[in-house]
Design a protein around this ligand. Structure first.
Ligand code: NDP
Length: 247
């Protein structure tokens, strides 16, 4: 039987791209799903496409920057499903602007969504996992969480920060039964770069060619789910070899 069978899995950034593909992949393993992102209509669409019974799926719209609401969201999940087994910390935004051009507010926006929101959600869920003596955080970092690349200084910084935070959390909680998987995708075909922040914080509005030609989110999700089932601590998936062009 799959390690995910009947497990409660909370996915952020589930309205699109990688998060949506993880939801569809795990739905086949008969999990209980909690789907989060800002766009409730897109979450409802993803939920309907999973084919799971409505009792096994909770659509929970949330903004990663609204950290004061997180304890209430955790309570809502516990009222529905009584426990939380996996949190896929996947919501994220990126950037296309140089250090010279970027306003400081761009760095703040990137850190608020990609780092502080993730930290706050982790802290909100942690007491539940510690009392269960089990639970896993699966964190979508990036190859940019390991390298510095042009026009992504704030994005790289936010993803690097996730590695420091979650490596420390793993060390603190491993003996309490908790697990952490950090995943570093290369180029995955999603709308991520279209929504990238430009120098003044406005939406970039163009797809990167490399991303448009990247691995499908569905293929990525299958490999990620397999890696998580084996409790891998860090995993690289999807076209890391072509990443060199941006260095
Ligand atoms: P998408 O743009 O398709 O997905 C991003 C998701 O994050 C959406 O569901 C979006 O939902 C959600 N999101 C964005 N801002 C917020 C916010 N403030 N509050 C709540 N949710 C938010 O891109 P991907 O699927 O590619 O991105 C998923 C993760 O993968 C990101 O962390 C990204 O950094 C990472 N990644 C992606 C790579 C790629 O090549 N695609 C490569 C490396 C890493 P909504 O707008 O509804 O809120």
């Amino acid at each position: 039987m799959s390690v995910f069978f009947q497990k409660v899995v909370w996915i952020t950034g589930a309205s699109s791209g990688i998060g949506e593909a993880i939801a569809q992949t795990l739905a086949k393993e008969k999990v209980k799903l909690v789907l989060s992102a800002r766009r409730a209509d897109e979450l409802q669409r993803v939920a309907a496409q999973t084919g799971l019974p409505s009792s096994d799926i909770l659509v929970l719209p949330m903004d990663m920057t609204d950290i004061d609401s997180f304890p209430d969201h955790v309570e809502t999940v516990l009222q529905h499903f009584s426990r939380i087994d996996y949190v896929f910390q996947n919501a994220g935004i990126t950037q296309r602007s140089t250090v010279a051009d970027s306003e400081l507010s761009v760095y703040k926006q990137l850190m608020d969504v990609n780092f502080f929101g993730v930290v706050a959600l982790t802290k909100a869920v942690l007491p539940t996992m510690l009392s269960q003596k089990s639970g896993s955080f699966v964190v979508t970092s990036s190859v940019a969480g390991k390298l510095g690349t042009k026009q992504r200084s704030g994005y790289c910084a936010s993803k690097h920060a996730l590695h420091g935070f979650f490596d420390a959390l793993r060390a603190e909680t491993y003996n309490d039964g908790l697990r952490v998987t950090l995943v570093c995708p290369g180029y995955i075909k999603t709308p991520l770069s279209f929504h990238a922040l430009s120098a003044g914080g406005q939406v970039h509005g163009k797809m990167d060619t490399n991303q448009a030609q990247g691995m499908s989110a569905e293929a990525f999700a299958k490999r990620l789910v397999k890696a998580v089932s084996k409790e891998k601590e860090e995993v690289y998936i999807g076209g890391a070899e072509i990443y060199g062009i941006y260095l």
